[in-house]
Design a protein. Structure first.
Length: 240
């Protein structure tokens, strides 16, 4: 659920962290939970973000750690999107749980009401979470049987709902030029990769790049994208 915190893999305990559980946490429990999420590979034991050393000193009076190898001081949020934080750890865990569990997205205004913080704070936090989630897909590949589909959003002029003002929104002259198409590549039983383009035709070249090396595509499509099903067998299957 909170893979945006670090590049390491998360345990099942971290992925099952719900909004109700986070809301019941004390500040000390939230700090320990954040450590488990941040350093899932070492069961919450600190790891230096600079050199990767696991041998660290722990300060008794401050929530800081010092690396024994490079003497670098760091905290549980160092090297993450929450570095130099102002809010409490629990507020950040709540923001992540609220944001990623929203099926239709979560606006910054609603997030500011949920966390009882300023709109600017919620706006920056939401964009940090979005950026971190998008960075997880960089360099990702898909294989096997992949379905590709696209949908257009925005860009049309919204005049008053009067008969004389009604326009054919399909025509370019009645659009603002901000219309975009969101293209999704979904691997059967695997991951999903999203893309944003100005048109479906512009996505044809790009969607071939995330395909795993050593495989070929055999796509069945009704139009430029429509709903395409691409079979991506291995080279061994291709030679047979």
């Amino acid at each position: 659920m909170v893979s945006c915190l670090s590049t390491s893999s998360l345990s099942a305990k971290a992925r099952s962290l719900s909004l109700a559980k986070v809301a019941r946490l004390s500040d000390a429990e939230a700090y320990q939970t954040f450590k488990l999420v941040r350093w899932a590979a070492t069961d919450g034991d600190p790891v230096c973000p600079r050199c990767g050393c696991v041998a660290v000193y722990t300060y008794a009076t401050r929530k800081l750690f010092k690396c024994k190898a490079c003497n670098h001081q760091f905290s549980v949020t160092s090297g993450t999107i929450f570095a130099s934080r102002k809010l409490s750890i629990r507020d950040y865990l709540l923001a992540i749980a609220i944001f990623v569990n929203g099926a239709k997205g979560h606006s910054a205004l609603q997030l500011s009401r949920d966390l009882d913080c300023q709109y600017k704070t919620a706006f920056v936090m939401a964009h940090k979470i979005r950026e971190a989630l998008a960075s997880e897909a960089n360099g990702a590949t898909v294989s096997g049987e992949v379905e590709v589909d696209g949908a257009y959003f925005g860009g049309h002029v919204r005049p008053a709902n009067n008969k004389i003002n009604r326009r054919d929104r399909r025509l370019a002259e009645h659009q603002t030029g901000k219309r975009r198409v969101v293209v999704i590549m979904r691997e059967r039983g695997g991951r999903t990769l999203p893309f944003v383009f100005k048109s479906e035709d512009a996505s044809v070249v790009t969607i071939a790049r995330p395909v795993a090396p050593g495989q070929y595509r055999s796509c069945r499509r009704s139009n430029a994208l429509g709903r395409s099903t691409c079979a991506l067998p291995d080279e061994a299957d291709k030679s047979q």
